[in-house]
Ligand binder design. Structure first.
Ligand code: NAD
Length: 256
């Protein structure tokens, strides 16, 4: 059980982050939900998690594109036993047409934010004598596809950083690992469908089957609950010697 542990999940008011927050809360952790907005519905998400799982849960606004806000999130949360770096955005375009500001935003949110949060969280984990860093990378952290240069660079980068954090904490009761999801049907993926339909001149169903799940041999989307369950496993005693590695939850994508 994760009773007594506090988990901070970046980018967790929707999709995979929210699914992970639910599973960690179900396992007994207090959770901190985060995004860059500060709406009533953001705080309502935290309340619903608290009510559903009987743990404490709160929402803290912090923009993961801003280094100071990444560090402030960890400070404001107080404890940080489990850090899940999940916030991420996507942009799809050929590299010669890729907007430089999109490149910068993707590197900032998908990669640099994890540097800042990890730097702020490790002293707290050391003080507590236990810690788990779980970075949400991607099958695109291990393989590539066209038109996603910034995303793929960021995801390969976060896997490299995960290994480094694991080595720097190797003799401590702290682990750092990356989960590499294949395709999970979330708002981020939903938002890619129109662009991909244009890029390939295909209808929605064909894009899903032939393009998105083309490389996912199971031909099924993975679920946010499966990402949460994997995260809970990485926080368990069984996973105490698992560090500096990746766990693919991708229906066989990276086996191809
Ligand atoms: P999503 O769009 O549902 O969730 C992204 C989350 O990040 C949201 O909560 C959003 O509010 C938050 N976010 C975006 N910009 C932010 C910012 N500047 N500051 C703070 N929070 C911000 O997408 P998702 O599919 O749940 O993606 C979550 C993670 O999983 C991402 O890192 C993504 O790359 C990764 N991933 C997703 C898939 C998939 O198929 N959905 C596959 C592999 C990896």
């Amino acid at each position: 059980s994760l009773n007594g542990k506090t988990a901070i999940i970046t980018g967790s008011n929707s999709g995979i982050g929210l699914g992970i927050a639910h599973e960690l809360a179900k396992a007994g952790a207090a959770v901190v939900i985060n995004s860059f907005t500060d709406r009533d519905e953001d705080h309502a998400i935290a309340k619903e998690i608290a009510d559903t799982h009987g743990v404490s849960a709160r929402y803290i606004k912090a923009d993961m594109s801003k280094p100071e806000e990444c560090r402030a999130l960890i400070d404001q949360a107080g404890a940080c036993d489990i850090l899940v770096n999940n916030a991420g955005i996507q942009h799809v375009a050929p590299i010669d047409q890729f907007p430089p500001e999109k490149w910068d935003a993707i590197i900032a949110i998908n990669l640099s934010s994890a540097f800042h949060t990890t730097a702020a969280a490790l002293p707290k984990m050391r003080e507590a004598g236990w810690g788990r860093v779980v970075n949400i990378a991607s099958a695109h952290g291990l393989t590539a596809s066209p038109y996603k240069s910034a995303y793929i660079a960021a995801k390969h980068g976060i896997i490299g950083m995960t290994k480094t954090v694991a080595l720097e904490t190797a003799e401590e009761p702290i682990t750092a690992n990356a989960i590499c999801p294949g395709y999970v049907l979330t708002p981020l993926v939903e938002a890619q469908i129109p662009d991909t339909m244009k890029e390939y001149d295909m209808d929605r169903e064909t894009v899903i089957r032939e393009v998105m799940l083309k490389r996912q041999p199971s031909k099924e989307f993975a679920t946010v609950e499966q990402m949460g369950g994997t995260c809970v496993f990485l926080c368990s005693d069984a996973a105490a010697q698992i560090t500096g590695t990746t766990i693919s939850v991708d229906g066989g994508w990276t086996a191809l």
